[in-house]
Ligand binder design. Structure first.
Ligand SMILES: [Fe+2]
Length: 142
């Protein structure tokens, strides 16, 4: 068995669309997000179809990884959640420009590990002051 075989994603064949929507993490790039000009990656599980949030069935953690232009994989962070806590995390970035891709993994205690990745296009990587609405409009976080 390969580890990749047990990770759910948009390409997973044995899960229905509703299960995918509940589990696949949504990744959103927030450039120049606050008054300090910091960049963040916002990751949410169950943004459109709410995931259960009970002791028996909940999302335990979200991990975020970045892939650099040099193809190094960097662990950016991990956020853990208990029952009753919405799986929603903000990860601060020190050097957004060095990344070409971000991947998030979410773990549901019933349905296992799910992933999603976004690639950052070069022309958008250089965009300064890209705020949430503009980034989404231009293809960030999709
Ligand atoms: Fe689940």
């Amino acid at each position: 068995m390969e580890f990749a075989e047990i990770i759910g994603s948009e390409d997973t064949n044995n899960a229905d669309d509703r299960s995918k929507e509940r589990h696949i993490p949504t990744i959103e790039v927030l450039r120049d997000h606050d008054d300090t000009g910091n960049d963040y990656i916002h990751v949410v599980v169950g943004e459109n179809v709410k995931h259960p949030n009970t002791p028996e069935h909940h999302v335990e953690y979200i991990e975020l990884y970045g892939r650099t232009k040099m193809m190094d994989t960097v662990t950016i962070g991990r956020a853990t959640f208990g029952p009753g806590v919405k799986p929603d995390a903000m990860f601060g970035l020190v050097n957004f420009g060095k990344y070409r891709e971000f991947c998030a993994i979410a773990y549901c205690n019933v349905h296992g590990v799910w992933q999603n990745c976004i690639e950052i296009r070069e022309e958008l990587r250089l965009t300064a002051g890209c705020r949430r609405e503009k980034c989404l409009q231009e293809g960030f976080g999709v």
